[in-house]
Design a protein around this ligand. Structure first.
Ligand code: NAP
Length: 455
């Protein structure tokens, strides 16, 4: 932009999750370059994975929302919810209206196992289960709710923190979930499942799991759960990696416990990978192959298999970022290719287009990891400002005029505040702190000050 320009640099951030909000924070906390920031999200509500990924029973982790909310209230920040890049607004329109855009739309899809039976009813992705229990408007209730009926044994594939979340939510009692923000229908259904056994499968050894120790330890402290670990599977040398050593110690302590005859059990199986999911009309069992870890650290099949009867399989083997029309995409990694946050096309930076968060680096790290990641991107953007061509439509009102013309409702900060108040009121009506409103239309209605439907 011209050095003589006196107006603020207009930045659009696409995605109001932690990366987007940390990017907005980094932009507004600096004073060298005057900025105005619009945060767009395809959902009517902000907070991305803090609302729809962090487990509903981890209330202290979800509390980061309170800090992130302050960013939304900054005088130079505007929230525009229910605005989807690629449908409400094209990338080309975005770049006409803003001097720069930062894509922080995350990794919403799931990875697949590529084994027979994966598509049977009763086999679901962790992303689908998490969306459902967090009350995401896109959750597919017709898929998830039947999968949870008549289940006694569930298999969770993967040993990362999402697998821990899913296992814990499936194994908790209704009383342990009551204090969460889950939609009421989720709570009602989870209270009634007859699940007695959850089997967690790690394809490599106990020291290769990617969960963190605090989360793992929590599985051994649930009200009505015995943890079951085969001592032989954790009889391993102490690894040099400190996290792996701490995790191994927790699992060894689990293995040494005498079962207390609790109502539910969580079983850990290492060096075990699913090779087929079987069943006539729905999942009935998982064929598991024993593996060993080869010299490169990868799992290698031994040919020895066993059958694990189960009526539900949850594939928790990682998230995957999706491409967007008009934006470069690296399909092999599921990310937008970038260098220091600058989007690359054929190896060269695309003027005015930046990326942060999971769609930049892949689905790794905790919420706080995104702060440093977003700060790097914002540093690049600010350094580039003198060379940016400048938006053709530099007025903030031009975007809302465009949205008004589209005829689709969008949600500003006051709308989110009305949703927030409606969720608190809905919770209070059932003696809960908050009940998440899960339907898009109900969210939009609440944003306009209408009453959400109970339940
Ligand atoms: P993750 O940590 O990458 O774990 C994925 C798991 O899937 C790994 O155990 C991996 O095993 C396994 N896996 C991948 N492909 C597989 C296959 N074909 N067959 C069997 N197993 C397979 O990912 P995540 O659990 O989805 O979590 C994503 C990120 O969110 C992580 O950084 C996580 O820490 C973070 N998160 C944090 C919290 C928290 O702080 N409380 C909660 C949730 C998520 P290999 O290692 O063998 O590949």
């Amino acid at each position: 932009m011209e050095a003589t320009s006196t107006r603020p640099v207009r930045v659009a951030i696409v995605g109001a999750g932690p990366s987007g909000l940390y990017a907005a924070d980094a932009l507004t906390q600096q004073t060298d370059v005057p900025v105005s920031v619009d945060i767009l999200d395809r959902l009517p509500v902000p907070f991305g994975l803090v609302r729809y990924g962090v487990a509903p029973d981890h209330l202290s982790l979800r509390g980061v929302k309170n800090t992130l909310e302050q960013v939304l209230s900054h005088e130079r920040v505007r929230f525009l919810g229910a605005v989807e890049l690629g449908s409400t607004l094209t990338v080309e329109q975005l770049l006409r209206h803003y001097d720069a855009a930062i894509l922080t739309y995350g990794a919403s899809s799931d990875r697949h196992l590529g084994i027979p039976g994966e598509e049977l009813p009763g086999s679901i992705a962790a992303t689908d289960l998490v969306n459902w229990y967090c009350g995401h408007p896109d959750a597919v209730r017709e898929q998830v709710e039947p999968a949870l009926q008549d289940v006694r044994a569930a298999v969770v594939v993967g040993v990362g923190n999402v697998a821990v979340d899913v296992t814990r939510v499936l194994a908790k009692t209704g009383a342990e979930l009551e204090h969460t923000e889950m939609p009421q229908h989720v709570l009602d259904l989870l209270e009634k499942t007859g699940i007695t056994d959850v089997h967690v499968l790690g394809r490599r050894s106990a020291v290769h799991a990617s969960w963190t120790t605090k989360e793992l330890r929590e599985l051994g402290a649930l009200d009505d759960v015995d943890v079951v670990v085969d001592p032989a599977e954790v009889d391993l040398p102490v690894p040099t990696d400190r996290l792996a050593a701490r995790n191994l110690a927790v699992l060894q302590e689990f293995a040494a416990r005498t079962p207390a005859g609790k109502g539910r059990r969580i079983h850990f199986h290492f060096c075990s990978r699913p090779v087929a999911i079987t069943g006539a009309e729905r999942v009935a069992a998982v064929e598991v192959e024993r593996t060993e870890v080869d010299e490169t650290g990868a799992a290698r099949g031994t040919g020895e298999t066993w059958t694990l009867p189960a009526q539900l399989v949850v594939r928790s083997v990682g998230y995957r970022g999706l491409g967007l029309d008009g934006v470069p995409y690296d399909a092999s990694r599921g990310v937008v290719p970038s260098e220091e946050g600058r989007v690359l096309a054929d190896g060269a930076p695309l003027s005015g287009l930046y990326v942060a968060g999971w769609i930049k680096r892949g689905p790794t790290g905790i919420v706080g990891t995104n702060k440093k990641d977003a700060a790097e991107t914002v540093r690049s953007l600010l350094a580039d400002v003198p060379g940016l061509p400048g938006a053709a439509e530099p007025e903030p009102a031009a975007v809302t005029a465009l949205l008004d013309r589209s005829g689709q409702p969008y949600v500003e900060l006051s709308g989110w505040q009305a949703i927030d108040a409606a969720e608190l009121a809905l919770g209070a009506s059932r003696g809960r702190a908050r009940t998440t409103i899960h339907e898009r239309e109900a969210l939009l209605r609440a944003a306009r000050g209408g009453q959400p439907a109970a339940g």
